[in-house]
Design a protein around this ligand. Structure first.
Ligand SMILES: N[C@@H](CCC(=O)N[C@@H](CS)C(=O)NCC(=O)O)C(=O)O
Length: 306
């Protein structure tokens, strides 16, 4: 199998989730640092316009969104599992809380509290991605105490879970729920000046956080974006054509489609190659890298016939 390549940047919390997954699985991987703000000229040939972070590349197969990336890693490297103790399925359901309302509350706190320290172009870009086009910094700032109260409830649930004496969320071994809560803890500690004091009220969470930090990120070796493009160009996509007769949208391999995140912003065009309940894989031809297969999770994206 070609190397695992993660396109990310150090400050990205969602990338930290995947770096911890790579650590849980003890994997070797290649690290390509991408810009925090568009343009991302060496990423676009791979993703066809998908701009979020992180993106995983294995040869000419490109995995967009951390949900799709974590699942692809679990499928290719089943052990150690992300579902210790038989938590299959439920772990992905938990991600819809952590990546949805929990992450949003953390963002409300960080933006509401720290906006004066953030570059205006970063605020303008991320504000509309996370809070929608009609978002308003004054309102976020005025609501800060309520957002912190909401965040305290959600970290409180985690504290209750860990107060049962488990080393990790599911028992003695780390798994997907640990990565899902850790990246939010890491974000709150690192990006909100009040984060360390806030987290100090959760002693079990703090002890757990140290255990997850100690897992590390596996073994990363830097790679340039140019090298990653060369690898994509030299490889054929490994994904096979896979129909799904039960697809509720009636999609079939070969259909021309567009894939757009639920919160909009960009659209990726291609032809359906593989359909599974939780994922769509589309192919796309690019002048710089030739044919790539781009994988998206079903959840969080709208697919339309082009
Ligand atoms: N649903 C996506 C969300 C990823 C996300 O929001 N990532 C942030 C960085 S942590 C991002 O893309 N920011 C804009 C950018 O990097 O251009 C996932 O789970 O991967």
């Amino acid at each position: 199998m070609p190397d695992i390549i993660l396109h990310h940047y150090p400050q990205s919390p969602v990338s930290e989730k995947i770096r911890i997954v790579l650590g849980i699985k003890g994997l070797d991987w290649r690290s390509v640092e991408i810009p925090r703000l568009p343009p991302k000229p060496d990423l676009m040939p791979l993703t066809g316009g998908y701009r979020f972070t992180p993106v995983m590349q294995i040869g000419a197969d490109i995995f967009c969104d951390s949900l799709c990336i974590a699942r692809a890693l679990q499928e290719r490297f089943p052990e150690p599992t992300l579902y210790p103790g038989g938590a299959d399925g439920m772990a992905w359901g938990v991600s819809r809380w952590t990546d949805g309302p929990f992450f949003l509350t953390a963002l409300e706190v960080v933006f509401g509290a720290q906006h004066q320290k953030m570059p205006p172009e970063f605020i303008a870009d991320r504000g509309q991605i996370y809070f929608g086009s009609d978002w308003n910094m004054e309102k976020l700032n005025a609501d800060l105490a309520n957002s912190v109260a909401n965040l305290r409830v959600q970290f409180g649930w985690v504290e209750e879970r860990l107060a049962t004496g488990r080393k990790f969320m599911l028992g003695d071994a780390p798994g997907m729920p640990d990565a899902l809560v850790y990246y939010l803890t890491w974000f709150i500690r690192g990006r909100w000046d009040g984060g360390p004091d806030f987290l100090a009220q959760f002693p079990n969470l703090r002890a757990w956080e140290e255990r997850v930090t100690a897992i590390g990120h596996g073994k990363a070796t830097d790679m340039t974006s140019g090298e990653a493009l060369e690898i994509a160009g030299a490889c054929e996509p490994a994904t096979q054509e896979t129909p799904d007769p039960g697809d509720p949208r009636g999609l079939k391999p070969g259909d021309a489609v567009t894939v757009t995140p639920d919160n909009g912003g960009f659209t990726v065009e291609g032809r359906v190659l593989g359909l599974r309940r939780h994922e769509i894989a589309i192919t796309r031809d690019d002048d710089r890298v030739g044919r790539v297969t781009i994988h998206f999770p079903t959840t969080g994206y709208r697919v339309a016939k082009a």
